[in-house]
Ligand binder design. Sequence first.
Ligand SMILES: [Ca+2]
Length: 584
Amino acid sequence: MNNRICAPWVLFRTLCRRQPFGGRFGISTGLLLWSLILGTGTHRASAADQPQWGQAWSRNLVSEEKGLPDSFDPRTGKDVKWTALLGTESHSTPIIAGGRVYVGTNNGAPRDPKHQGDRGVLMCFEEKTGTLLWQFVVPKREEDPFFDWPKTGMSSPVTVEGDRVYLTDNRGEVVCLDAHGMANGNDGPFRDEGAHMTPPKGSGAPPKPVPGVEIQPEPLRPPADGKGLEPGPMDADIIWLFDLPSEVGIWPHDGAHSSILIRGDLLYLNTATGVDNTHKRIRAPNAPSLVVIDKRTGKLVARDDEHIAPDIFHCTWSAPSLGEVNGRPLIFLGGGNGVLYAFEAMSKSDQSVVTGHRPVVAGNSSETTDDPQRTTDAAVRRLKKVFQFDFDPTAPKENIHQYLSNRREGPINFYGMPVFYRNRIYLAGGGDVFWGKNEAWLKCIDATKTGDIASNGLVWSYPLEKHVMSTPAIHNGMVFIADCGRTFHCVDAETGKPYWTEEIKGDTWASPLVADGKVYLGTRTGNFYVFGASKEKKVLANIEFGDPISGTATAANGVLYVATMSRLYALQAGTDSKGVEDSR
Ligand SMILES: [Ca+2]
């Protein structure tokens, strides 16, 4: 096997290797004093759900929750309300809405004996107790491991509105799920949950990658013998499903990651289209990077028209944000080509024109589809661009894939989201963590400009170390961010000058959460940091979970949620679950 193909897998395995569990918990000393100063568990205010990742829809990872724990001990259960077992890899951020907690994981510890083997899994727990209510179990894409990387599970956080749960699953299917699951019956129009949860015959072992092989992503087809699994009350209820690879021609890579933005009746999402298994070839050059789907019907409404795909260095994993600039709502997207885009949000009149159209196959050719249910590509609206900002103008713009594995020179991309704050965008980007150069920045961009703003859009730029996967959090004139050079930064939001930095253990894949005067951050060594959200450095706690953390911490209804690779923790001051071994 080609070494270059091997590299990310080896890195992933190394990073994800489980630490010995016992005896690795501990809390640093500094936090005790801080706990006494603040007083724990004495105030409860601003209790609310957290139904999407970050604030709607600036994406600022700041919560109004109060009375959150300054410290906790996963070993003794101190301030641990409950914990719940997940699979063996969980790269998603917990979302809390309507009395339920949602988090993505894999099927490494099957909760239902009828679902065996590698799957993407979304688990839905009761908020009060951590009891598993239902799970969305999705077979892997098995045509090529690079379509849906083995064991990585379901990486996207959900977005919840009322009793509807929106998600891009591990196959790159956009789904609308019923928050009540199958327990209250199978709501339509989608009725084929049994077939959808049944993997193809003869599947099981992960496929071996064959670089450059002529293979296409295929939609999941019902089992030929008609013998699908039987959905039960613990299974998810799909309302509608939109398969991005087959319906708009994206090229899935490594695993879909998005966080769906809702405005009115429309869903906006990044498509997670990327390179093929050689990492040097774009097989779907016409694929959209941003699509708009009607949340009521699951039908495609619009897409971008920026022809981004040929210049994608790795994939399109950065989710969109929204902000109103001079009375005009704009959608912001960090493209896989290292360019930040702003588009006009669609108006009500735009929507009425397109409602009812079926999507079209864009794919890697201009051939028309023979599916009579589908309309021509012309029926799909094009989003109107307001500005574009080249995040790294000095990076090479030609033959970009020749810089694969070049750690000194090459294009950049984005993992974190663009955050809208006071007419500015705060965004971090840099060389790809697996394949790109060791250079990254946090930048502040003027969102009131229009057109090509490469030369006049930059407010300030602040250098980060190596790579960055975090979304910045902005609070009281400070920007908090962590990088893959193992540094945490507090930066002046106006000037881009650092207030302070702190060396931390482990690479950061998660984003910082600001809540209750503190900043919470987990790392890939399983360390969980609590900093004071202040211009002076205060390291309040460093708690060792002994299990890597990829997802961002979430605060809702007075409780802090942390997902490690294998376990979800609900943390609340004054509670005691008597240690993890007693928990579900
Ligand atoms: Ca139902």
